[in-house]
Ligand binder design. Structure first.
Ligand code: HEM
Length: 230
């Protein structure tokens, strides 16, 4: 592992440049030969709305915002289900609970643990004054375990009413990809429930999950599972 900050910064700049070049080429290909993909659709949007530089930034945002987050929802959700076998059994008995279970997975172990903001005016939160221009970190994972909103918040229950969780953020920046993320995980869970009779951690996995050490994005780096087919 590299620890020198200047190395990390150099790597970061090089990676960003490489990514932009990759995206520029992908966008150029779609410009020549439009398909039924998202980049082609964005290219057809008004150029004033999304100029070429915006387009690269937007594709980068979509890729980053939509990738690890959804992977983490699936990883965190499976860990929660495997640690609570009664909840997995409930889903096996009634797959119509899957959409609600996904909301509970989002609440119980939030894939995005925190978001950042800068106050635009002097304000106060829970009696603490915050001057204009203060940087604040909003702990979504903690809000999702607030006992004033969710009774018994540390209890994972696929039938609970999880409405009001903030895993996709709140307000005008509410996650653009929430319906896609929900759909992806619904498809995976429904397929698993149909095909797999018993699902468990592979030997030694449960006690050695590598959570990656990322404070903002939480999810297992790898998850070795054992599945018995139906
Ligand atoms: C479980 C999966 C996901 C989680 C937990 C998640 C979480 C979030 C959160 C918390 C925000 C708010 C950020 C803020 O207010 O600072 C956000 C915004 C956003 N998300 Fe997601 N996201 C997920 C999946 C996706 C997917 C699949 C896409 C796209 C393919 C996506 C695209 C975006 C975009 C573009 C924004 C910015 C919206 C804006 O600023 O107006 N996300 N997401």
């Amino acid at each position: 592992m590299r620890t020198c900050p200047s190395h990390n910064l150099t790597d970061l700049v090089a990676n960003l440049r490489e990514f932009s070049e990759y995206m520029e080429a992908a966008i150029e290909r779609r410009r020549r030969e439009p398909g039924e993909d998202l980049i082609s659709a964005l290219l057809q949007a008004n150029e004033e709305l999304l100029n070429p530089a915006d387009l690269i930034t937007f594709t980068r945002l979509l890729l980053v915002a939509g990738n690890e987050t959804t992977t983490n929802l699936l990883g965190n959700g499976l860990v929660a289900l495997l640690r609570h076998p009664s909840e997995w059994e409930r889903l096996q008995q009634d797959a119509s609970l899957v959409p609600n279970a996904i909301e509970e997975m989002l609440r119980y172990d939030s894939p995005v643990q925190a978001i950042l903001r800068v106050t635009t005016q002097d304000t106060e939160v829970a009696g603490h004054p915050l001057a204009k221009g203060t940087r604040v970190m909003l702990l979504l994972g903690a809000a999702n375990r607030d006992p004033r909103r969710f009774p018994g918040p540390d209890h994972f229950d696929v039938t609970r009413d999880p409405q009001g969780h903030v895993s996709f953020g709140h307000g005008i920046h509410f996650c653009l990809g929430a319906p896609l993320a929900r759909l992806e995980v619904k498809v995976v869970l429904e397929e698993l429930l149909q095909r797999v009779h018993r699902l468990s951690f592979a030997p030694g996995q449960e006690d050695s999950i590598d959570w990656g050490g990322n404070f903002i994005l939480r999810g297992p780096r790898h998850l070795r599972l054992h599945a018995e087919r139906r």
